[in-house]
Design a protein around this ligand. Structure first.
Ligand code: AP5
Ligand code: MG
Length: 215
């Protein structure tokens, strides 16, 4: 039976940062749809090339390909007990597809932490973010600097700045979030699964709120 945690929140809220903490605590894999697309892009697969055109513009990749990619990931043996989903679902059709796929594969959404952060803060977070090439660990030049500049603390791989973290693309991503993803806040609230987390606090305090909410 899969126990699924869905991390909800705008771009830069800290979904990836906190999903890593939660995944380790709960001994579940961290499944990030954005990282899956970026892995495909790095490997130059057809899916990666298709996704790139949307990601570069800050738009969402179409639901059908996104749903198929996540389904494929949730069929892998390491997710038998569940997963911490980060960046999926991101539209109402993706949320319904997740419910349907879990009914079929055996599992359910257990909790939906919603990390809320105002837009002004998001822009600064994404502008200073450095991401790791190997496993998607994230740092911030001011709020969470790596021990050695340009190098991941966890796996030593190179840190880089994402192309979609440019200001114009960030603004577009925030608009897309408000239009297409924010409706999921009500979707999960109505189902009694939403847990609101104040994402403006320092990283460790956000982790504490989350662990208490999900425990
Ligand atoms: P994706 O990779 O999911 O990006 P996103 O949702 O825009 O979220 P981010 O990864 O930018 O932010 P985050 O919340 O993970 O924040 P982080 O922890 O890094 O998606 C990218 C693209 O892929 C999409 O635009 C779309 O094209 C496509 N895509 C992905 N999923 C899709 C789907 N389901 N459907 C369709 N298309 C999809 O933190 C940000 C920064 O802030 C870091 O530098 C971090 O160190 C810092 N920070 C974190 N927490 C704090 C804190 N509490 N205080 C201070 N700094 C903090
Ligand atoms: Mg992320």
């Amino acid at each position: 039976m899969k126990s699924i945690i869905v991390m909800l929140g705008p771009p830069g809220a800290g979904k990836g940062t906190q999903a890593k903490v939660l995944a380790e605590k709960l001994a579940l894999p961290h499944v990030s749809s954005g990282d899956l697309f970026r892995d495909n892009l790095k490997a130059q697969t057809e899916l990666g090339k298709l996704a790139q055109s949307y990601m570069d513009r800050g738009e969402l990749v179409p639901d059908d390909v996104t749903i198929a990619m996540v389904r494929d990931r949730l069929e892998k043996a390491d997710t038998a007990q569940g997963a911490v989903l980060d960046g999926f679902p991101r539209t109402p059709p993706q949320a319904s597809a997740l419910d349907a796929m879990l009914a079929e594969l055996g599992g359910e959404v257990k909790a939906v932490p919603y990390i809320s952060v105002p837009s002004e803060v998001l822009v600064e977070r994404l502008g200073g973010r450095w991401s790791c090439r190997a496993q998607g660990h994230v740092f911030h030049e001011k709020y969470n600097p790596p021990r050695v500049p340009g190098k991941c603390d966890f796996d030593g791989s190179e840190l880089y700045q994402r192309d979609d973290d440019r200001l114009t693309t960030v603004e577009r991503r925030i608009r897309v979030y408000v239009d297409q993803t924010a409706p999921l806040i009500d979707y999960y609230r109505e189902r009694g699964l939403l847990m609101e987390i104040d994402g403006t606090k320092p990283i460790e305090q956000v982790s504490q709120q989350l662990l208490q909410a999900v425990a």
